[in-house]
Ligand binder design. Structure first.
Ligand code: KG4
Ligand code: ZN
Length: 346
């Protein structure tokens, strides 16, 4: 079965083709970074308009790159939620109409299921069951995964998602959008031992998270070290910011690692999948890899380009469900809020 995948939930248009025989045949991505950079964050209306401009040309490009004709597509999968409603509607409208025009089944994919299954695009794919740490701009969740659609939420963030905390702290340090990767880069120049930030909610039982306090901690640290009228030169200011970035990153990574270790101990499952935009973070990947090794288990991640939003994960998740016989009726829907646990088993 050959499936076309369409991702338009936020600020990236991602298109991919996945087939039963050939695996991932092609994938294309257009990032809207330049569109949103001058505003310091995603402007939803501009995101929708960019998806309108890019979705069809990128589909043509993905087909050409794979050497596939439109008529060979046997199913269309599109992200239906969660995400920005206008952005989602573009992919859903294109995907559902294209499936109707081609006379093939369509499938509405849950964006976080796409992230969660993304490591299965790699050669060393995890087997079920596993524990998944989903860390994106909108979600931080620990999920027990027994199969496609068999998801039990173990814990989640009570306030900001990890990626959101990265983005807000980056903005506070004067870094450009998109903040997460910029902050990680700056943290690489920082000294780990200079400031010590708290590890929120690790001193009590449970697997929930809270990250909003860390950005306030970063802000207060900045004001304490760089008060009005301070005498530091440009290089010294840059070093202070790098040290704050490092302390923030260390705190987020440590907290995530502590909770993952706890989830593994409590569940007895020693396979851990790390997915979502923040899983591109090098220090998080290294720490989880070492932790799982020490525990006698293994960590699995997508390659960095499939950590952040992309079409490949949507084509793959759609393919898993379409080949199991699932499809959508002749209508489409955007689901800005949609719980993973509401998905059917495939
Ligand atoms: O999965 P994703 O592309 O979009 C959502 O579904 O939200 O995740 C984007 C998030 C952003 O908050 C971004 O700052 C964060 O992932 N991110 C990172 C890194 N790369 C992306 N955070 C920390 N370190 C990174 N290297
Ligand atoms: Zn995402």
């Amino acid at each position: 079965m050959l499936v076309l995948g369409i991702e338009t939930s936020c600020d990236e248009t991602g298109i991919a083709l996945y087939s039963s025989d050939g695996g991932l045949l092609s994938h294309t991505l257009y990032s809207q970074i330049e569109t949103h950079a001058e505003f310091g964050g995603v402007v939803p209306e501009l995101a929708s308009r960019d998806h309108v401009r890019k979705t069809l040309p990128l589909i043509s490009e993905a087909l050409a790159n794979a050497g596939v004709k439109r008529g060979q597509i046997e199913g269309v999968a599109y992200t239906s939620g969660p995400g920005l409603v206008g952005a989602l509607l573009v992919g859903a409208a294109v995907g559902r109409s294209l499936a109707w025009a081609l006379g093939v089944p369509a499938l509405a994919v849950h964006h976080m299921e796409g992230h969660l299954l993304a490591p299965m695009l790699e050669e060393d794919a995890p087997a079920f069951p596993f524990i998944a740490l989903l860390v994106s701009g909108g979600h931080t969740q620990l999920v027990e995964v027994s199969g496609v659609g068999q998801y039990r939420l173990l814990g989640e963030s009570l306030d900001d998602a990890a990626g959101e905390a990265f983005d807000k702290t980056a903005k506070m340090l004067g870094l450009p959008y998109p903040g997460g990767p910029e902050l990680a880069r700056l943290a690489g120049l920082g000294d780990s031992g200079h400031f010590r930030f708290p590890r929120p909610m690790t001193d009590r039982p449970g697997l929930d998270f809270s990250f909003s306090g860390l950005k306030t901690f970063a802000l207060n640290t900045k004001y304490k070290v760089l008060p009005d009228g301070h005498k530091l030169d440009e290089q010294q200011i840059k070093q202070v910011k790098a040290d704050i970035a490092r302390a923030f990153e260390d705190a987020v990574v440590d907290t995530l690692v502590i909770k993952c270790r706890r989830a593994i101990k409590e569940s007895g499952c020693k396979r851990l999948v790390l997915a979502g935009g923040v899983s591109a973070n090098k220090r998080l990947r290294e720490r989880l890899w070492d932790t799982l090794k020490k525990e006698g288990g293994q960590a699995y991640y997508p390659r960095p380009e499939f950590c952040t939003d992309n079409g490949a994960m949507i084509a793959y998740a759609g393919w898993r469900r379409l080949k199991a016989g699932q499809s959508e009726p002749l209508r489409f829907n955007a689901q800005p809020r949609w719980k993973l646990s509401d998905l059917p088993t495939a």
